[in-house]
Each structure stands twice: as C-alpha cells, then as structure tokens.
Design a protein around this ligand. Structure first.
Ligand code: ZN
Length: 180
C-alpha cells in the first residue's frame, strides 16, 4: 500500500529494527542443566545460611572429636589437627570454586548481552525520536503554509503566540537542530 506523500516522515518510517524482546526471558530459555546447577550452587554457597550451617557443622565435628579424644581416647574419628576435616573442606573448595566461577562467567556473558540489547534499544529510540522531530517540523511547515494561505503574517502569528505565553517560539534554532 503506497501512502500519499503528504502524510510526512513518520508515516514512511519503516521499523526495520529487531523486535523488542525481554532479554531475561530469552536468556532464561537457553539455560542448560549444567548452568542451572552452577547458578544454584553459587547462590547457595554465597549465602549466610550456608556459612551459618557450615559453621555449626564444623563446630560439631571439632567439638565431638575434642570430646571423644578427652573421654574415649581411641574413639575420636578425626582427632586434632582434624586432617579428615581438612580433606573434606579441600574437596568442597576444589569443586565449589570452579562452579562459582562458571556461574560468574555466565553472569558476565549475560551482562554483555544486556548491554548490547540496551544499546540497540537506545539506538532505535534515537532513530524514532529523530523521525518524530522531523515529522513535527514537517507538520509545522504545513501549518505555516496554511497560515500564509489565510493571510496571517509571521509577525502576527508570533505576537499571537506571545499572547498565549509562548515567549520564545524557536528555542531549538530555526533549522530544527538541537542546541544541546
Ligand atoms: Zn520501532
């Protein structure tokens, strides 16, 4: 369908930009099981409940072994200096470290995608605002033409605007270019 030229710039603007999407939804749809697990592990390890529960478990482990070492010398399963506990904590650190890093890398990738998406949205908005401003200027040129046809001079129109409290009808410069 061809539009009459008089409809102006806005009518002819083709929105040939990528559709606006919710990046969070898109990224959420492409999450693998491994990524879900790493996110969950990172969220769990990096929380106060985890630290508190682990502190309680370590206290119980150490307390029990100290108690057993004092009262039943041979029954302590991990006496001072708690070598088995060290091994367990080393294993835990060896696995949670890389998993947390995986989650952090993924978060960094996500931030990059979101920044790119924000840039595209800003670019699109800028283009569309530019078209709207051109369209406004186009409409004003039509209004001026109408005014001239009605025999109203520019001076008369300007004083009429001042009567409505519009003291500076051309704050942006006469060519429509922004002074900012
Ligand atoms: Zn658009």
């Amino acid at each position: 369908m061809t539009k009459p030229r008089l409809l102006g710039p806005a009518a002819f603007f083709t929105h040939n930009h990528a559709p606006v999407v919710n990046v969070n939804d898109v990224l959420q749809d492409n999450v693998t099981l491994g990524q879900k697990v790493s996110d969950r592990v990172a969220a769990t390890v990096g929380s106060w409940p985890f630290i508190i529960i682990q502190s309680i478990m370590l206290s119980i482990w150490i307390g029990a072994n100290v108690y057993l070492a004092i009262h039943w010398k041979d029954k302590a399963f991990d006496p001072y200096p708690f070598i088995l506990l060290n091994l367990v904590l080393s294993f835990q650190a060896a696995y949670t470290g890389p998993v947390v890093m995986m989650s952090q890398n993924r978060q960094a990738d996500k931030d990059r995608v979101m920044a790119e998406h924000d840039y595209q949205i800003n670019l699109k908005a800028e283009q569309e605002i530019e078209v709207i401003m051109r369209h406004l200027a186009y409409q004003n040129s039509i209004l001026i033409t109408m005014m001239e046809k009605l025999g109203v001079s520019h001076e008369e129109a300007e004083s009429a605007l001042r009567a409505h409290g519009i003291t500076d009808p051309l704050p942006m410069g006469i060519d429509g270019a922004s002074t900012v």
